[in-house]
Design a protein around this ligand. Structure first.
Ligand code: MOS
Length: 738
C-alpha cells in the first residue's frame, strides 16, 4: 500500500471547519470569570498636552469600575526606561497613559473599565479632557521640507548615473506617489487579560507572534517569564499590523493588575486608524535607456513618512536596481517626520511601495523607447543580483514571464494606447514585475507521538490566515508517513517551542523546516525503539535502511517487515515519544547568494471614460516562489495579495483633515478596500522553481509577493486603455476625469 503524499496537494485548511462554525475563538472571544471591559478614550488633538482630565461623570455611571488616566495609573517598570520590541524601529515607542503629552490624534488618553463593553463605551464619551494644543504637521507634502536620512537605505550606488542620464537617447522622469494605507484586518486588535489564581496572567491577544508580545509584557511590567503567557491560536488577518504589540494589550494588562480582575480591551474600527500603517511615499524616478530599451541609468530618490516618536524606514529604493541589469544607479532615501502614530510594516513593506511605483516608471520607459512593456523587462533581465553582484539561489522569473504572457494572451495586445475598446469601455492591458525576499530564520518545533495514535506538532508560530496549521500538518504527515488526519497542530502559544513572528513570508520556510527536522528526529527515536523490541521484524536494519510509511517503521523494499508506531509506543512503556529540534538557515546564508521570489503580473482593465470607473476583469500572476507545499493555501495567499494590490491601485487612501490632524475616513465605509464585486478573475500560476538553498524544504514563501507588481500592472493597463498616465496611487475617479 502506498502512503499518501500530502506536500504539493491542495489540501483544504485543517482549521477551516473550526473557523466557519465559530468554534475557533479569537482574542476578544475568550471567556473569563468576572471579566471587566476596558474602552480606550482616543485623544482629540494632534499635538500638545492634556491640561486637565476629569473622569468623574464616567465613574458615576452604574457599572463603571475605574477610569484610568496618566494621573492615577499605577507605576510600572516601563515608565523608568524605554522598551524596544523586536519588530519596532529605533526610537521611543508610545507609552500609553504615561504622561500628559499628546503625540498624535487618536492617542489613548484614558481607559474606562466597566462591567460591560456597552457601559464602558458609553462612559468613555463622558470623560472630559481639556487640551493645550501645539502646532502640528500631519501633511506629508509639508513634511518633505525637512526630510532626513535614515540609518542605511539598504542599497548602494553603482556607476555614474547622472552622466549616463544626460547622454541617453531615451529618458523618462517622473514623481510617483502612494497614499497612506491602513492594514484593516477584519479582526480588530483585541486583548483578553485573564488573571489566574496566584496572579499569573494568561493573555489572549491578536498579534503575529505570541512570544514577541509575551517578551514585551514581561519586560514592561517586570514579570518573570512564568508569570505571563500570551496566546494567539486564531488570528483574523493582520497584514503586518500584528507584528508589534499595540496599546490595547498594554492597557488590558495594566488594568487587570491594577484592579485585580480579568480585563478585555477591544479597539473599535476607528481606533484601528490610531496606530501602525503603511507610510505615504514620494518616489522620484529617472530612467535612461538606449534605442533598444536597454537600461543605462536609473536614479531613484524616495521619501516615506515616519512619526516623531520613532524612525520607521523601509527598503523602498533598492527594488528597481535589484530587478534589472543597469550599470549606473543612484539611490537615495529619506524619511519625513509627521505628528502621527508610527508607521510600520504592511504586506511586503518597502517592495509594495517601491517596486510598484518603479514598475510604473518602467512602463513609461517602454512607451518612450517604443517597445513592448514585456519586451522591455526581458531586454533588461538579469541572471545575477545587480545590486550585490551575486548569484541567486534560484530565479525562474523568465518562465513566469513566458507562462504568464501565454496564459494572458499578451501577444494579442494592440500596442497603441486607446486602441482597444469594447462598447463604451476602453480596454487596457498592463504588465509588471513583482519581487519579494525569500527568508529562512531560526525556528523550533516539537513532534510528539501519543497513545491516542496521533502525532502532535507544536511550535509558537502563528497562523494569521495564511494556512500555517495546514502546511505544518502536511509536512509532518509526509515526514513520518502518516495520513494528515492523524496529525494535530498546536501553535499560537508563547509556551510552545520558539518560533519567529509570522512576518516577512518566512514561516513556511522556517517553521516548516523545524517541523520536518523534529519529525525526522522523532523518526530516529521510533526506529531505535522498534529495533530494540524483542524479535523486532526490523532485525538490525540501520536507520538508512528503513522508511517511515503507513504509520510504521519498515524495511525498505520489504514492507512486510514493519512495526507500527502504536506498537512501538506500547512496547516502550512510555506515555508518548517526543522530539524537539531547531532549524537554522542553511547554505545560502553562508555562500552569499541572493534570495528572492519573483512574479510576472498581467492585468486587464476596462475604463468607462465618461464616468471614470475602472473595472479589473482579469489578472494573471505567474509566480516563481520555490516549492509550493499547498497550491490551495499558497494560491490564496497570492490571490489575497493581488486583491490588496488592486486596492492599492484603485482605492486605498487615508484622508486627513490637516487643520486638526485627524483622519476623516477612519471606517470601512469611507476607507475603500476591494469587495467581492470589485474582484473578478484572478489566476495564479506557480512556475516550477526548485531551490534547495533558501530552506531545506525548498520553500521561499508566498504571503507578500502577490501585492508587489499588481498595483503597477493595473496602473499600466489604465494608461494603455486611456492614454492618461496617473502617477499617484490610488487612481481614483477624480484623477481619471481630471
Ligand atoms: Mo508582514 S508586513 O511581514 O506581516
Amino acid at each position: 500500500m502506498a502512503t499518501t503524499v500530502h506536500i504539493g496537494e491542495p489540501l483544504s485548511r485543517i482549521d477551516g471547519i473550526a473557523k466557519v462554525t465559530g468554534a475557533a475563538r479569537y482574542a476578544a472571544e475568550h471567556p473569563a470569570d468576572g471579566l471587566l471591559h476596558g474602552f480606550a478614550v482616543s485623544g482629540a488633538i494632534a499635538k500638545g498636552r492634556i491640561a486637565a482630565i476629569d473622569g468623574s461623570a464616567a465613574l458615576a455611571v452604574p457599572g463603571v469600575v475605574e477610569v484610568v488616566t496618566h494621573l492615577n495609573r499605577p507605576h510600572v517598570a516601563w515608565l523608568d526606561r524605554s522598551y524596544q520590541d523586536d519588530a519596532g524601529p529605533p526610537g521611543s515607542p508610545l507609552r500609553p497613559l504615561y504622561d500628559d503629552k499628546i503625540h498624535f490624534s487618536g492617542q489613548p488618553v484614558a481607559l474606562v473599565v466597566a462591567e460591560s463593553p456597552e457601559i464602558a463605551r458609553y462612559a468613555a464619551s463622558l470623560v472630559a479632557v481639556d487640551y493645550e494644543s501645539e502646532p502640528h504637521n500631519t501633511d506629508f507634502d509639508a513634511g518633505l521640507a525637512d526630510r532626513r536620512e535614515p540609518r542605511g537605505s539598504g542599497a548602494e550606488d553603482r556607476g555614474e548615473a547622472e552622466g549616463a542620464l544626460e547622454s541617453a537617447p531615451v529618458r523618462i522622469d517622473g514623481d510617483y506617489r502612494l497614499a497612506r494605507e491602513y492594514h484593516n484586518p477584519i479582526e480588530m486588535h483585541a486583548s483578553t487579560a485573564i488573571l489566574e489564581d496566584g496572579g499569573r496572567l494568561t493573555v489572549y491577544d491578536k498579534n503575529q507572534g505570541s512570544q514577541n508580545v509575551q517578551a514585551y509584557l514581561a519586560s514592561v511590567f517586570n514579570l518573570a517569564d512564568g508569570e505571563v503567557r500570551v496566546l494567539n491560536p486564531f488570528v483574523g488577518g493582520a497584514f503586518g499590523s500584528g507584528l508589534r504589540p499595540h496599546y490595547q494589550v498594554y492597557l488590558a494588562v495594566l488594568a487587570a493588575r491594577m484592579l485585580g480582575r480579568s480585563v478585555r480591551v477591544v479597539m473599535t474600527r476607528q481606533q484601528m486608524f490610531t496606530h501602525t500603517h503603511r507610510p505615504e511615499c514620494l518616489e522620484c524616478v529617472s530612467l535612461a535607456a538606449d534605442e533598444n530599451g536597454r537600461l543605462s541609468a536609473m536614479m531613484i530618490d524616495a521619501t516615506t513618512a515616519t512619526s516623531r516618536l520613532e524612525s520607521y524606514s523601509e527598503s523602498i529604493v533598492k527594488w528597481g536596481a535589484t530587478a534589472y541589469a543597469c550599470e549606473n544607479a543612484k539611490l537615495d532615501y529619506a524619511i519625513a517626520e509627521l505628528d502621527t502614530a508610527t508607521p510600520g510594516d504592511m504586506r511586503a513593506p518597502g517592495a509594495a511601495t517601491g517596486m510598484n511605483l518603479f514598475e510604473i516608471a518602467m512602463d513609461e520607459l517602454a512607451y518612450a523607447a517604443g517597445i513592448d512593456p514585456l519586451e522591455l523587462r526581458l531586454v533588461n533581465y538579469s541572471d545575477r543580483d545587480p545590486l550585490r553582484d551575486a548569484p541567486y539561489t534560484s530565479k525562474a522569473l523568465m518562465s513566469a514571464y513566458t507562462q504568464g504572457a501565454a496564459r494572458f494572451g499578451w501577444d494579442r495586445r494592440s500596442p497603441v494606447p486607446r486602441s482597444m475598446r469594447e462598447g463604451r469601455e476602453l480596454v487596457g492591458w498592463g504588465v509588471a514585475t513583482g519581487m519579494w525576499v525569500a527568508m529562512m530564520v531560526e525556528a523550533s518545533a516539537r513532534a510528539t507521538f501519543g497513545s491516542d495514535g496521533r502525532l502532535e506538532i507544536a511550535s509558537a508560530t502563528s497562523d494569521i490566515g495564511t494556512g500555517t496549521y495546514t502546511i505544518m500538518a502536511q509536512i509532518a504527515a509526509d515526514t513520518l508517513g502518516l495520513p494528515v488526519e492523524r496529525v494535530t497542530v498546536k501553535l499560537g502559544d508563547s509556551r510552545l517551542p520558539t518560533a519567529p513572528i509570522e512576518g516577512g513570508s518566512c514561516t513556511a520556510a522556517s517553521v516548516g523546516a523545524a517541523v520536518q527536522l523534529a519529525c525526522r528526529s522523532l523518526a530516529g527515536k521510533l526506529h531505535g525503539l522498534a529495533s530494540a523490541m524483542a524479535g523486532s521484524p526490523l532485525g538490525s536494519t540501520a536507520l538508512d535502511g528503513v522508511e517511515f510509511a503507513d504509520g510504521s517503521v519498515r524495511v525498505k523494499g520489504d514492507p512486510s517487515r514493519a512495526v507500527a508506531y502504536d506498537d512501538i509506543l506500547r512496547a516502550s512503556g512510555q506515555p508518548s515519544i517526543a522530539a524537539e529540534e531547531t532549524a537554522r538557515p542553511g547554505r545560502s546564508r553562508r555562500n552569499g547568494k541572493s534570495q528572492y521570489s519573483h512574479s510576472a503580473v498581467f492585468a486587464e482593465v476596462r475604463v468607462d471614460e465618461e464616468l471614470g470607473v475602472v473595472r479589473v476583469p482579469r489578472i494573471v500572476c505567474a509566480a516563481a516562489a520555490g516549492r509550493i507545499i499547498n497550491p490551495k493555501t499558497a494560491g490564496s495567499q497570492l490571490a489575497g495579495g493581488i486583491v490588496m494590490g488592486l486596492g492599492m491601485a484603485l482605492q486605498e487612501e487615508t484622508l486627513t483633515d490637516h487643520r486638526i490632524g485627524r483622519i476623516m475616513n477612519h471606517n470601512l465605509a469611507e476607507y475603500h478596500v476591494p469587495v467581492n464585486a470589485d474582484v473578478q478573475e484572478i489566476e495564479v500560476i506557480f512556475v516550477d522553481e526548485p531551490d534547495p538553498e533558501v530552506s531545506p524544504l525548498g520553500v521561499k514563501g508566498v504571503g507578500e509577493l502577490g501585492i508587489v507588481g499588481t498595483a503597477a500592472a493595473i496602473a499600466n493597463a489604465i494608461f494603455h486603455a486611456t492614454g492618461k498616465r496617473i502617477r499617484e496611487l490610488p487612481i481614483t475617479i477624480d484623477k481619471l476625469l481630471g
